[in-house]
Design a binder for this molecule. Sequence first.
Ligand SMILES: NC(=O)c1ccc[n+]([C@@H]2O[C@H](COP(=O)([O-])OP(=O)(O)OC[C@H]3O[C@@H](n4cnc5c(N)ncnc54)[C@H](O)[C@@H]3O)[C@@H](O)[C@H]2O)c1
Length: 354
Amino acid sequence: MTTPVRVAMLGCGFIGEFHTLGLRYVRDAQLVAGCDASQERREAFAARFGCRAIASLEELCADPEVDLVIVSVPNHLHRDAVMALAAAGKGVACTKPLGRNADEAADMLRAVTDAGVFNAYLENVIFNPDVLRMRAMVEAGSIGRLTTARAREGHSGPHAPHFWNADLAGGGALLDMASHGAEYARFLFGKDVAVTDVFAWGATLVHGGRTTGEDNALMVMRFEDGRTATIDVSWSSKGGLEGRFEAYGDAGRLITDISVGSLKAFVERPAGYVVEKADVETGWLFPVPDEVRVHGHDLMMANVIEAYRDGRAPQETFRDGYIVNGVLDAAYRSMRSGHWEPVTLDAALLGSPA
Ligand SMILES: NC(=O)c1ccc[n+]([C@@H]2O[C@H](COP(=O)([O-])OP(=O)(O)OC[C@H]3O[C@@H](n4cnc5c(N)ncnc54)[C@H](O)[C@@H]3O)[C@@H](O)[C@H]2O)c1
């Protein structure tokens, strides 16, 4: 019998719950602890999922019964958490964005590389079943030569204060949401095709009273062979989470909207949770039956745990997170300069071109 991978959740908030539920059907995962600075949150988490509650990162690092820590705390805590966990010899899986910028992500990549610990970058969108199928169809040549990819991601604004503090979070809607689109584009084009430069626009159109960060943004990623991907994100889009992903080739196109399923409901009385950031509880609704699966967390967690168990790298590593941060840094430079900006990454750290 295989020894289970003993997993701890660092951060028992919104994404900590998704990550935990993503472990539900993963045979070789054993959730052993939830660590959160909030006593209320960690105790509620421990009671709900039947695991131990841990109060601090220091205790988590020293815990001999933890193999792999899933970093699900706010952006500004990712770097220091990973540095401490790597130094303690723990495997780490970190939510997006890996760092607040490429410098932080580089520190994190160096730390896990030097310590020789398992590392996974938790980008869920590319584990959505439609997106996986799109990639397989592109690879099979069904749409001919892929010419461009598009992503539109939006909602009406984040649920927690740390996102709204742009200095603390490291950015606004672009960093928060285009991190998904950037990796989606790399996934479709192939990770061996480097993103060379980026053109971007961003503005605070709606939430100026709440944030100094951009609440709407556009980003064009240009690959080394001249092909492009366009990522369009918003924190002021009403009516529930938007997640539309498209791919165009010279022999066809592929389009999915992962934020709606086939269920349509008209209700006059609220029935509780509808869908992420639904904005309304009555009227015409489009509830998604299982967001954990639809958002890709089931397959992502299976990929991470199986890789850890088998002693190999998962599909997405810190190297990918570092590249995404590099793309987003170039986008922020472009927002300020009004020009295309090159993606500048440390080639030695990357180890091979991308
Ligand atoms: N993959 C996705 O689609 C996705 C979606 C949402 C959030 N995220 C990412 O997840 C991260 C957290 O976002 P969230 O929405 O879960 O936020 P959240 O505010 O809902 O949860 C964060 C949790 O971290 C805890 N925390 C704060 N400081 C801590 C500390 N020092 N030690 C331990 N716990 C601490 C908080 O008490 C809270 O429970 C962010 O980096 C965000 O970008 C990813």
